[in-house]
Design a protein around this ligand. Sequence first.
Ligand SMILES: [Zn+2]
Ligand SMILES: [Zn+2]
Length: 135
Amino acid sequence: MKNTGSCLCKQVTFEVTKFQGPIGHCHCTMCQKFHGAAFSTFVEAKECDLIWLSGEELLTLYCAENDSIRTFCRCCGSSLLFQSKYNRQEQTIEIALAAFDSLNSIRVDAHIYTESKADWYDINDNLPQHRRYRR
Ligand SMILES: [Zn+2]
Ligand SMILES: [Zn+2]
């Protein structure tokens, strides 16, 4: 099965040929704002393994104070990508897991940045919790 995804308006579509690294639910305040949700879940890939199938011209970049870049669809506002300074050095990028329409089995293995978890959301699973990033 191919790992393919799209934004809400379906104009932006992409494929990821290979994933890297572990996947965490991120409870940092920037992810909360970007997704409009209690937390975000991004999966990492090498930049060269992310292929745009359509709508690349609709991608809009927001550069935050900490030098991380977040990418969304200009038409529908879907949150799609995250790239920190560290990601850029490593030529990796993080893709919002919820944007995928078809996905090979993948496991989320931790909660990160729980120090800023939303008060109105309770973590009710047994995944390890890290107050900040995991190391
Ligand atoms: Zn869109
Ligand atoms: Zn975050």
